[in-house]
Design a protein around this ligand. Sequence first.
Ligand code: CU
Length: 136
Amino acid sequence: MLKQITAVGLIGVVILVTIALSFSNYFTEENVEEIELIIKGDVIMPIKVSRPGCEVNDSCYVPSLIVIEKGKQVTWVNEDSAFHSVTSGFYDTPTDLFDSGYLDPFESYTFTFNETGIYDYHCTLHPWMEGQVIVE
Ligand SMILES: [Cu+2]
């Protein structure tokens, strides 16, 4: 009887360890995906741009100017700890071409530019944050 209880206990432990290991793998894979996402961004919103100052050296979006071919997409990644947006036009005169809405930290936004032109964009939360996409 005692042997049976020990055997059942051992099997239970093995099952629990297996479940725990599969969960830890799951979380590790998710972290890897998040890191890849950061690397894939074309333009990043660096830390501390939620306070004025980045506009002095055009570093609210990095790079603040990006040139792409028609039909290509641009991906922005928010690497700050505050919310930001990527919204077409200027703060005073936004256009309705694209708007990411509020991006959480480490969230990204992608837009495909199908027409040539010069596209200014800004952050709806921080008027000093401005960037530009040139589509050739
Ligand atoms: Cu912002």
